[in-house]
Design a protein around this ligand. Sequence first.
Ligand code: ATP
Length: 517
Amino acid sequence: MAQQEDVFKKIVSHCKEYGFVFPSSDIYDGLGAVYDYGQNGVELKNNIKQYWWQSMVLLHENIVGIDAAIFMHPTTWKASGHVDAFNDPLIDNRDSKKRYRADVLIEEQMAKYEDKIQKEIEKAQKRFGDSFDEAKFRATNERVLENQKKYDDLHHRFQEVMNAEGGIDLDGLKQIILDEGIVCPISGTRNWTDVRQFNLMFKTEMGSTADGASTIYLRPETAQGIFVNYLNVQKTGRMKLPFGIAQIGKAFRNEIVARQFIFRMREFEQMEMQFFIQPGTELDWFQKWKAYRMKWHQNLGFGAENYRFHDHDKLAHYANAATDIEFRMPFGFKEVEGIHSRTNFDLSQHAKYSGKKIEYFDPDTNESYTPYVIETSIGVDRMFLSIMCHSYEEQLLPDGQTRTVLHLPAALAPVKLAVFPLTKKDGMPEKAQEIINDLRFHFNCKYEEKDQIGKRYRRMDAIGCPYCVTVDQQTLEDNTVTLRDRDTMEQKRVAISDLRGIIEDKVSITSLLKKLL
Ligand code: ATP
């Protein structure tokens, strides 16, 4: 674990050193849980967004996009339930003065029991090899059974407390923390305060006080911008159910615990899609969207073993089914995306609060009804982090040297091709520029002439550039260059005229999208 934490620290420094992510207002020592994306980060982030947008909007005839404003009428948040219920239960440790989410402390305790079970299984797997029967081992091994019971008991109690009548049972949460002997990771003590509710929405004011300024909120999710536009889009787009509306945009949450770099931010970006359907079909669509979203993630080639679904114990006030897609980060399996069956809660609430009729007239059945909704909601920044974590490698090379390389999926890499003149003379720089001038319309290219070629390769490996081309003496004679592959480090001689075809196939988002069909 300690080793994994070290790796995570290295990834964070790498992000800063190579222009991916900087602390916000860095010269003023940063601002808690707010970050800026640098010259390479913004490219990677844009590519992630493009991959998502195109897979949703381009590949689905019945999904369209919108871009709603961050500021919304304040009644929106009353109707959605956020003013009354968008709370996290917080608890303080009196000795360290550190604040935690009480539910997260308990979830981490459950994860510890799961880890112990997993370790026993892995040990036994090694010992027994091919003859290992996991189901039998789980049913009979004493240590596994003991930890499974602890997990099940805690899980059961946690569910009861989180789903208590009238909202979360705050005293019950504290009692679990005390009974489980959960200590503050900083002070190591159990000197806990009571658990309190904390609303996560940021408030600000619109208009001057003289006009009677009104309190408005920075949106804590992009979804409500879609719900309030349901009628506009359905009517102007003449959309027939089932159909979806997709949106990418900023969201803001005054998170209690803001650690782990860009995993939990106070200003972040979401990619959300609301899929409007006929009531009664929601569980079927829920399964379909679960499968499609998992496919989208696994399509990046990070290995199926690094993903899992985590079904929710506590359903949000609007949901009748919910799951998370979790990815194996260096600090454990963590949520990257949520898929929720939100019933007709949001549309009904907006109808109630606005006094407008928000329904769908079904021409097939001649009936009007309020559509149900399946939502897929993914954080751009968490996706970015999962890609960084999985791609980062400190590789020991056969000659004893090491290199730091980002094995980014080529289609998402910030720079696709670097072109180097071997030396700064004999027309090589001009030839290199010529190649770039030709290819820059097709993908992001970079020119580098400083330092030896080896150093230039290392710099490109560190930003995950999949291809490097070197222009040398021979190029001037026969219009061929050496093409070097980031992952294998293999170099081959190719004609300049073939470069576009070879590279484009590997780096285009289109090839990634084709694999989704
Ligand atoms: P968590 O339980 O980790 O707080 P959540 O369940 O509240 O997350 P949702 O409301 O389902 O998250 O939001 C959908 C997605 O938005 C999440 O899966 C995550 O990728 C992203 N997200 C939510 N909160 C943050 C945050 N503070 N920083 C970065 N991304 C976030």
